[in-house]
Design a protein around this ligand. Structure first.
Ligand code: NAP
Length: 429
């Protein structure tokens, strides 16, 4: 039996995907039955690492998704359009879809899965989160019987590389970003990575699977790493923490979900604290399992293609055993119907690290304590770290407090005469 693939995109991931499909020795034997029938790109003149017989490569992407001989469309274009429209067209034509496109799935997952369930086709997306790390299928299947409490991930390699370098060398954000761009670890326009949008797309997908409810991407509270500087990294280190960009989804007391992305002080002994450079890791906490962590290369052509091709052979395996899909396997499809209600940021309970620059006058720490206390913000530690010019630098770490109360206390503290400025506020895990 042979399965025809239409590959949309022959860039970093598309090329590695083709390389696996064209070099099957020593891999799963199902790969021998998979044929790349067409490859869609934007330019036929670019030099390519893989060569195909004439007629396979085309710029007519609609022709691929409308080709009746194609069984599985593999979307590796990136971006929202034409990726979304081509996925929907493929589904309408009864084709299964494999995609690595977190941006499309995080925003249009509802539309895409509703269409896929109607025409009874699979849309698999193992590569969309964590690159080569298997996390989507394990969450759906191996961990499916657990009551998931929390999913916490380092899911963006670029920001993890930048924070690791800043931490190791005491370097400033801008310098490390420039270096990361030179090494190809950060895009020329790094906004989606460093402002946390890419991580927000990924946690939207993970939360949907872990908690069985769709997530409105635009409701996710998202802060990036632009404000992190060498001073905070050094103070965090002295207090026993490292700073990581975490994407967190957890059930909350009020029957809603907390889904957020922000830089976080992570205790050095926490399993995520030692995830460095471009690596990704996802910690899943559930009942009765407890904690399980997935770790590995979160990006790169080969790693990501490994996840793409695993989806392809999953579909091929189903087609081989049962022919045309009359009913979708509930362990591989997505049938969530309703949207989760997300906890408003001001109601989320978390710990905070906050750094103040103040006049060196008696009673400042007492005033801080009073303002926090009046808003039910209890303080875990207050440390006067040193002096910056004439100003005393004080770092406060709170206990778990409601963010709304914390912000109200800060608004009052800002107006205290002795307070010069509040250079940074970072959440603490
Ligand atoms: P890429 O290197 O930029 O490749 C994109 C490919 O799509 C190119 O072959 C390009 O054609 C083609 N393409 C883009 N827009 C097109 C259009 N409008 N019409 C025709 N062809 C078009 O991207 P990538 O890094 O492989 O990423 C692909 C997907 O994988 C994205 O969704 C990305 O988020 C996801 N992903 C990537 C990584 C990674 O490490 N790179 C990791 C995880 C997930 P030309 O070659 O002719 O320019």
């Amino acid at each position: 039996m042979a399965f025809n693939i239409g590959l949309l995109g022959l860039g970093t991931v598309g090329t590695s995907t083709a390389e696996i499909l064209l070099d099957t020795a020593g891999r799963n034997s199902l790969l021998k039955e998979i044929i790349i029938k067409q490859v869609g790109v934007s330019s036929l003149d670019k030099p390519r690492k893989v060569q195909f017989p004439s007629g396979v490569m085309t710029t007519d992407l609609e022709g691929i998704v409308n080709d009746p001989d194609i069984d599985i469309v593999v979307e590796l274009l990136g971006g929202l359009e034409p990726a979304r429209s081509l996925i929907l067209q493929a589904i309408a034509n009864g084709k299964h879809v494999v995609t690595a496109n977190k941006a499309v799935i995080a925003r249009y997952g509802d539309e895409i899965y509703t269409a896929a369930n109607k025409t009874k086709v699979y849309v698999l997306l193992e590569a969309a989160v964590g690159g080569g790390i298997p996390i989507i299928k394990p969450l759906k299947q191996s961990l499916g019987v657990n009551r998931i409490k929390r999913v916490t991930g380092i899911v963006n390699g670029t920001t993890n590389y930048i924070l690791t370098e800043m931490s190791a060398n005491g370097a400033d954000f801008a310098d490390v970003l420039a270096e990361a761009q030179k090494l190809g670890y950060a895009e020329a326009d790094p906004t989606a990575d460093i402002d946390g949008w890419d991580a927000a797309d990924k946690i939207a997908i993970l939360a949907t699977i872990a908690f069985g409810e769709r997530i409105k991407r635009e409701e996710i509270s998202c802060e990036g790493i632009r404000t992190i500087n060498a001073t905070d990294i050094s103070y965090a280190e002295q207090l026993g923490f490292v700073i990581k960009l975490l994407a967190i989804a957890q059930s909350s007391k009020s029957d809603s979900l907390e889904v957020r992305v922000h830089p976080t002080l992570v205790p050095k002994e926490h399993p995520l604290a030692s995830i460095n450079d471009v690596y990704n890791a996802i910690l899943v906490e559930g009942e009765p399992l407890g904690q399980v962590m997935f770790f590995g290369p979160g990006a790169g052509g080969g790693a990501t293609a490994s996840a793409v091709v695993s989806d392809i052979i999953n579909i091929a395996g189903i087609l081989k055993s049962s022919g045309k899909t009359t009913n979708l396997d509930p362990l591989l499809s997505c049938s969530h119907q309703h949207y989760a209600s997300l906890t408003p940021t001001e109601e989320i309970e978390t710990r905070f690290y906050v750094r103040f620059l103040c006049q060196d006058v008696p009673g400042v720490i007492g005033h801080l304590g009073t303002c926090f206390g009046e808003h039910q913000v209890s303080i875990e530690s207050v440390v006067q770290i040193g002096f910056k010019e004439e100003l005393a630098e004080i770092v406060v770490v709170t206990h778990n407090v409601q963010e709304g109360n914390f912000r109200k206390a800060l608004a009052e503290i800002k107006d205290l005469e002795a307070i010069d400025s509040i250079p940074n506020i970072i959440r603490v895990l």
